[in-house]
Design a protein around this ligand. Sequence first.
Ligand code: OOG
Ligand code: NI
Length: 453
Amino acid sequence: MPAKTLLSTDDVRDRFSKAMSAMYQTEVPQYGTLLELVECVNQETLTQQPELHRRLEALGELARISVERHGAIRVGTADELFMLRRLFAVMGMYPVGYYDLSEAGVPVHSTAFRPIKDDALSKNPFRIFTSLLRLELIENEALRQRAEAILATRDIFTPKVRKLIECHESQGGLSSEETDQFVKEALETFRWHQEATVDLDTYHALHNEHRLIADVVCFRGPHINHLTPRTLDIDEVQRRMPGVGMNPKAVIEGSPWRECPILLRQTSFKALEESIRFAGDAQGTHAARFGEIEQRGMALTPKGRALYDQLLNEGRKQATGLDNDAHQTVMNSVFAAFPDSDEAMRREGLAYFHYHLTEIGQTAKGSADKEMEDLIAQELVEAQPITYEDFLPVSAAGIFQSNLGGKENEAYAGSANRGAFEDSLGVRITDELSLYAERESASKAKVLASLQG
Ligand code: OOG
Ligand code: NI
C-alpha cells in the first residue's frame, strides 16, 4: 500500500481557522459585519498608504492579513487544558507566553496557542488565547467544590476528535480526509450552547463570585468568545462601527496612533446578552461573546516594554473618564516620549528587528567587521521591524472588564503560578521575548556570515 500523504500542520490550521470563522459568523452575525468593515478599511488603507503596502509586503505579511484572526476560550480543568494542548499541536499551534490575569482581577491564567516559525506565521498566524480557570482562588469552599463537581462530569471533546489527535501523534500528521474530519470534530468543542448544564440558582451563585466562573462552569464546553481580525487602521474602524450598527467600547486600548505602530491596539463591541435555557427549564440570559479588532505593530524589547508600560499607565491616569478623541489626545502627548521612527527605536534598543542584506549587500564581501549601524548607513544591510505576534491582556484589561461587565476582584491579584499552569499543560511554555530575540540575533549572524567572505 502506498504511504499516506499527510498535510502540513499549517494546512490543517488554515482549514480549521477558516471553518471556525465561518461557524462564528453564523453564530454571531455581527462578526461577519465586522469582517466586512475591517476588510474594506484595510483595502482603502493599503491604497492610500503605498509605503505601508511596501512594508507589509517586505515583511511577508500582506497575504496573511485577510485570514489573520485570534480567538479566545476559557477552560475549567487541568485535563481539559492538557488535551487542548494536544489538539492545537495537530494544527501546529504551541503555547507561547504566560499571562497572569489575576493581576486584572480575573481568576484565570493563560497562554496563547500559536504558530512559532516564520513561514508558519506567514501562512496563517491563527492564535487562540486560552485561559484556565483557577478555582483555588475562590475562597468559598462550598462553591468551589460545587464548581469542581460540575466540571468533573463534562467531556468537552468528541470521541472522534480524541481518536484523530492520537492518529496525528502516531502517524506524525493527518491526511486530507482525516483533516476534514478533524476540523469538523474539533469545532464541536468550541460551539455555543443555548442550554446551560446547571440550574439558574447554581448559575447565579457562580456568577456572583465572578462572571467568568459562571461562563466556564455552566456550559458543555469552552465556546469561542470572540474572533478578532487584524486591521491596518483601528481609528478608522472605530469611527465607522456605529455606522454599521455596532456600539464600540468607549476608547481604543493601547498606545495612540503612531507613524510606527507598536505592540497592539485593540477595541471591541460589547458582549451580547443571549438567552439561555437552564436545567429545570428556567429561561435566563448570559453575556459571553463579543467582537474585537486589533492593530498590530512592532515587538518591543524589555526596555521598550518598560517604557510602554510606564507611559500607558501615566496616560490612563490622565485620561480617566474621557471620550475616545480626548483620550487619544492625552495619550498622544504622553507617548511623545516614545521615539516614533524605526531608526530611533533600533538605536535605543526599544524594538526587535530582522536584519537582511540589500541588493548591494549581497555582492559586498569583507565588511563583516563593521558595526551594524555602519552597514545600514552604507546601505549594505536593512533592518525591518519584527511584528508583535502575542497578547497584552493585562494592559488591555479595559477589554476584559468592559466585556465581562465586571467587577475586578483585587483579592485574586499577585498569584501568578506559571509552574502549575505548565504542569497542567504537560509541557513548558515558550517565552515570547526569547522568540523575538532569537530571530533578531539569528538574522544578524546570517548577515555577518555572508559579508565575511
Ligand atoms: C480573553 C481575553 C484576551 C486579548 O485579545 O487580549 C484576549 C478572554 O476574554 O477570554 O483575547
Ligand atoms: Ni482578544
